[in-house]
Design a protein around this ligand. Structure first.
Ligand code: MSP
Length: 529
């Protein structure tokens, strides 16, 4: 059996509803998870990155019915045609993809549910109250907005809620109020950012009600094992994916049990702020009831907005990831969303801002630096990396700045502050570009006596690019892998790793520096938003 020191860094995204195709809001969460897990992998850590789809419930059922297909067929088609392909589009390196209609999920959910019932945490009762099918959530009166006449609206979907009146199975959520409060008081970093922590704490302090965890008026869901007339409430089913995907409840000696030992508890559940309470209240209470360890952290990020509201397909404001990736490529897509938005805050999407940053930071900043040095090594040294001579204060500055950049970036990214992490690398690139401008290698090259000095300058730029190709690798894997080989790192026998990135002087003199395809070709200014 694996000792806990072998435990993987385990990160999850929400599992996405298959009522429609993904938009950039969904891609945003997955990219953030992918950047974070690639960062940990590049540091040599064991990692497990899970994403997937949430396929049961009324929302998916109604969409399938509206399209005259069986819900399973609808889900199969959408997963095949949209949700799996989008992972390629945004270049996500997930380790697993769970679908809640898979047997590995449904059987483990049933076993877990039976266990909670046997332990006395589930009882039969009747539910009457408002329900939003868009959120798949039983709403509290205080959650709603007033619509026309007597109607009450879901504040997220701006649609009338429906009145549900059913005999259902209930989970004793209220029994966990005090334990949850005390857990979060002891672990203030278990919900981030701080605003999300405060929101959950005040919600908990107002007291919890028991939760209806089954539905009887439709049958698109996992059957309650002891009651054929009910299916499991879609959120109770969905939240369990994080544990069923890694072998929840399996015999410890089996492959599933071993996987669970290696992965559980999750280190990070990344979620949008709309689904924070499910993850920071209901989910840990379910785990407490089942005597399972609690996740390290739930991080609630903000929304991509359109016209001040959450971008959504149901409001026809969804922008597809492909529409942007086809224009600027997956790397620039990933870079833009991680760089422009403070993780945890809302932000309107703007083509102008995307275009401006792409041009100044990627095409002009990094792309230009790489192509200039590649051209100069080609011209002055026949494409072979020259050796560096003695450092002047200008080189010492770059070497020292790299050390600081590595420390700042590592700390920021591990703390989910993607923007600070990226800006610190960008500032380093700006400093190297300034170094090139000030050292004027094209002037130094005019006199052969200066050959050693010219070599030092060009070597310094290439070494800086070697480090950048590592620091930006989790954010822009394709172009940084390309850059890595173009600047001779492969030929130098180096392996990309965060642990070694700040050590100066790793490229070997004499390796070939190639000028390949432009990493970030210029793009036209968009005409419309
Ligand atoms: N199926 C549930 C989650 C179950 S997890 C056990 C669900 N699915 S969803 O498809 O509606 O949304 C999932 C996630 O997509 C959100 O939590 C958020 O991470 C992301 N986003 C959806 N729209 C978004 C924006 N407009 N902006 C940013 N993220 C958004 O909820």
């Amino acid at each position: 059996m694996a000792s806990k020191s072998d435990k993987a860094f385990y990160l999850t995204t929400p599992i996405y509803y298959v009522n429609d195709a993904p938009h950039i809001g969904h891609a945003y969460t997955t990219v953030a998870g992918d950047v974070m897990t690639r960062w940990h992998r590049l540091a040599g850590e064991k990692v497990w990155f899970l994403t997937g789809t949430d396929e049961h419930g009324q929302k998916v059922l109604r969409t399938a019915q509206a399209n005259n297909v069986a819900p399973q067929t609808w889900a199969d088609n959408l997963v095949r045609d949209a949700w799996l392909p989008v992972l390629q589009t945004i270049d996500a390196a997930n380790d697993d993809f769970i679908r809640t209609t898979q047997d590995r999920h449904t059987t483990r959910v049933q076993t877990f549910l039976t266990k909670l019932k046997d332990l006395g945490f589930i009882y039969e009762g009747s539910y009457e109250g408002p329900y939003c099918v868009g959120c798949e959530e039983f709403k509290l009166p205080g959650d709603l907005l007033s619509g026309e006449g007597d109607t009450q609206l879901c504040p997220i979907h701006s649609k009338p809620v429906e009145l549900v009146s059913e005999t259902n199975w209930f989970f004793k959520l209220s029994a966990f109020t005090e334990r949850l409060i005390s857990h979060y008081e002891k672990n203030p970093k278990a919900i981030r950012p701080e605003s999300a922590y405060n929101e959950v704490m005040s919600f908990l302090r107002s007291g919890l009600q028991d939760l209806s965890i089954s539905r009887s008026t439709f049958d698109w869901g996992i059957k309650v094992p002891w009651d054929d007339s009910q299916v499991v409430y879609v959120w109770f089913d969905a939240l369990l994916n994080y544990a069923t995907a890694v072998g929840l409840g399996d015999d410890p000696t089996s492959a599933g049990g071993q996987k669970f030992e290696d992965t559980w508890p999750a280190d990070v559940h990344l979620v949008g702020k709309d689904i924070l309470r499910f993850h920071a209240v209901i989910w840990p209470a379910m785990l407490m009831a089942g005597s399972l360890d609690l996740p390290g952290c739930v991080f609630a990020h903000g929304w991509l907005l359109v016209g001040g509201e959450k971008m959504s397909k149901s409001k026809l404001t969804g922008i597809s990831p492909e529409s942007i990736v086809n224009l600027i490529g997956s790397d620039a897509f990933r870079y833009y969303f991680m760089r422009a938005i403070i993780f945890g805050q809302d932000r309107s999407f703007s083509w102008e801002d995307l275009h401006a940053r792409y041009t100044s930071e990627l095409a002009n900043g990094l792309g230009n630096l790489a192509s200039r040095v590649q051209a100069m090594v080609g011209k002055y040294f026949d494409g072979k990396l020259p050796a560096a001579g003695a450092h002047t204060p200008a080189e010492t500055l770059i070497v020292e700045l790299l050390e600081k950049t590595v420390a700042t970036t590592d700390k920021a990214i591990r703390e989910f502050d993607f923007q600070t992490g990226i800006v610190s690398v960008k500032d380093f690139i700006d400093a190297v570009n300034l170094y090139v401008t000030e050292q004027e290698p094209w002037v130094v090259a005019k006199d052969e006596k200066n050959n050693e000095r010219l070599g030092t300058i060009l070597y310094t730029i290439c070494e800086a690019l070697r480090a950048i190709a590592v620091l930006y690798q989790p954010i822009m894997p394709k172009s940084m892998d390309l850059l890595w080989s173009q600047i001779g790192a492969v030929e130098s026998g180096l392996v990309q790793s965060l642990n070694e990135v700040g050590r100066w002087g790793q490229l070997k003199a004499g390796v070939t520096i190639t000028k390949g395809e432009t990493m970030f070709p210029r793009i036209e200014e968009p005409e419309t938003i």
